[in-house]
Design a protein around this ligand. Structure first.
Ligand code: ADP
Ligand code: 5GP
Length: 207
């Protein structure tokens, strides 16, 4: 396969709608693969090991971190989360575009190690709607919701490092924007550096 997979880093305060939009993008485009992270957080109802996350305990996580297993890792809302390096590298080498749903600490680390990646931040329309979404999701207790709301301001304060800001007010509009960012990025020359040479080769020897 001549195409080289592109990296997409999507960040947002917890509850903004990242997972919802990522699910849609991976469903519409088989060329996109979700980077499945490791986490010490307990699985939520319906979450599948190996699909949503690789669930692990703190000892195993720290052992892997010490071995350089993660492309980046961070403690977020009191749990550890990390991106497995070989898993994502393997996907890109197979030509898949790889989407990272990570926090801003992780995005900062990837900005160093993957400077060519596309960095997009999803914004909630307001503080109140973010809180309503966290509560409406029904997966977190009040203490967890309060912690995630406090941390949201810190995530938003890092918005300047992103290439794109997408407001998730109307879900359809937000999805259209994410889709547009995705598609535009698939067209950068570095995604298929040999494309024009292959085209030009058709002129060689032609009269
Ligand atoms: P995240 O992955 O960013 O933590 P989720 O995708 O789990 O967020 O979304 C949090 C909650 O908000 C879910 O219940 C989801 O259905 C809901 N949601 C997502 N986008 C919208 C939107 N545009 N309008 C209203 N609710 C939304
Ligand atoms: P949740 O517990 O809601 O699934 O995720 C909490 C936060 O952890 C989200 O902001 C999510 O983007 C982030 N996260 C998930 N996986 C990773 C990862 O591998 N690395 C980092 N740094 N953050 C992650």
């Amino acid at each position: 396969m001549s195409r080289i997979g592109q990296f997409y880093v999507l960040c947002a305060p917890s509850g903004t709608g990242k997972s919802t939009l990522v699910r849609r993008l991976t469903r519409e485009f088989p060329s996109v693969r979700f980077s499945v992270s490791y986490t010490t957080r307990a699985p939520r109802e319906g979450e599948v090991h190996g699909k949503d996350y690789f669930f692990t305990d703190k000892d195993e996580f720290m052992r892997l971190a010490g071995q350089g297993f993660f492309a980046e890792w961070a403690e977020v809302h009191g749990n550890c989360y990390g991106t497995p390096l070989e898993f994502t590298r393997g996907l890109a080498e197979q030509g898949f575009d790889v989407l990272f749903d990570i926090d801003v600490q992780g995005a900062r680390q990837l900005k160093e190690s993957l400077p060519g990646a596309c960095f997009a931040m999803l914004l909630p329309p307001s503080r109140a709607s973010l809180e309503a979404r966290l509560r409406g999701r029904g997966t977190d207790d009040e203490a967890t919701i309060a912690k995630r709301m406090r941390n949201a301001a810190g995530e938003l304060a890092a918005a300047d490092m992103f290439d794109y800001w997408i407001v998730n007010d109307d879900l359809e509009k937000a999805y259209d924007s994410l889709r547009a960012v995705y598609l535009a990025r698939t067209l950068v020359p570095s995604a298929d550096p040999g494309q024009v040479s292959r085209l030009l080769a058709q002129w060689e020897g032609a009269s």
